[in-house]
Design a binder for this molecule. Sequence first.
Ligand code: UT7
Length: 323
Amino acid sequence: MIRSVVRGFGAALPKRVLSNRELESMVETSDEWIVQRTGIRQRYIAGEGETTASLGADAARAALANAGLSAEDVDLIICATSTPDNTFPATAVNIQNRLGITHGFAFDVQAVCSGFVYAVATADLYIRGGMAKRVLVIGAETFSRILDWTDRTTCVLFGDGAGAIVLEAQEGQGGLADRGILTSQLRSDGSHKEKLYVDGGPSTTGTVGHLRMEGREVFKHAVGMITDVIEQSFEATGISAADVDWLVPHQANKRIIDGSAKKLGIPPEKVVVTVDQHGNTSAASIPLALATAAADGRIKRGDLVLLEAMGGGFTWGAVLLRW
Ligand code: UT7
C-alpha cells in the first residue's frame, strides 16, 4: 500500500520581529493582556521584498535541503495560503518559478487557518492516487498585510511566516505501524462566515480588504470543533490519545491549545507550542511548529504526530501521521 511519508521539513520567517511592547505604542493594549489572553509574546512581520511567495519558496528550499532532494525531484507543489502575492496566478505556481522548475504542476489551497491540514490531506490523495510521487506542501502567509492596524482586537494576534514539508510515496504494509499519513478528517460550515472573514475581495469590493473577527465567538466554537475532528481520527484508525507522541496544533491561542489538549487527555509535555514566538500565522502555523519540533529533536522518526486546525469559514480538520 502506498503511504505519503514526510521526507523533509523547513521553515522561513521574516527578518523583523514585532514585540508586544512595540504594539503598546501602536494601539491601546499591553504585553500583559496579550500574554494572558493568547500566550503570544512576539510575531514576525514581512518587510519590503518579503512576500508570501518569497517566504514560501525559502521554506520549500529548506525542506528540500532537509530531505536531500532538489526541486527537480518534486512533481507537485501545493501552497496553503489566504494571503497570495496576487489574486492569480496561484502562489504555488509563483513558488514553482522561484524554485526554477517548469515540470509538474502547482496550485493553492484556501482554507484559512486550516489550510495546511487541507493541503496535506489533498497531497495524500494525489500520492495515493498515483498522480504524484513527491509533493512540496507549503503553508505561507503574510497576514500583516490584511490586518487593520488600528483594531487592537485583531492586530495583536497575527504574524507572518512559512513552513513546508516534502511528502513522498513510499510502500507501507497498510497497518498503523506504517510511516506516513494514517488518516485525514476535514470539515467546514459556511454559516459561521461573519465570525471571521476579510471584508473585501476581487468579486465584491475589488479591494483586498481587512481581517474582521469576533474573537470570543470563534473561541467558543474552537475547542469543540477541534476535539470532534480528532476523535473522528481516532475512530477511523483505532488509535487513542495515549498513543499520540506529539500534538502539533494550529497556533492561534495558547488557551485554545491547552483546552483542546486537556479535553483529549494529551499532557502538556506532548504538545508543541510556538504561538509565543510566531503569533497566529494561519496556514503557516502548523508547518512552522512541525519544523521547530523536528529540528530541535523532539519529533523523531516513527513518532505518532497529530495535526489539527480550525479557522475562518469555519473550516477545521485533523491529520494523524507517523513521522
Ligand atoms: O486562527 C483562527 C481562529 N482564531 C482564533 O482562534 C481566535 C479565537 N479567539 C481568541 O483567541 C480570543 O477570543 C481573543 C484572544 C481574540 C480575545 O480573548 P477573549 O478572552 O475572548 O477576550 P474578549 O474578546 O472577550 O475581550 C475581553 C476584553 C474586552 O474588553 P471589555 O469589553 O471586557 O471591556 C476587549 O475590548 O479585552 C478587550 N481587548 C483588549 N484589551 C487589550 C480586546 N483586545 C484587546 C487588546 N488589548 N489587544
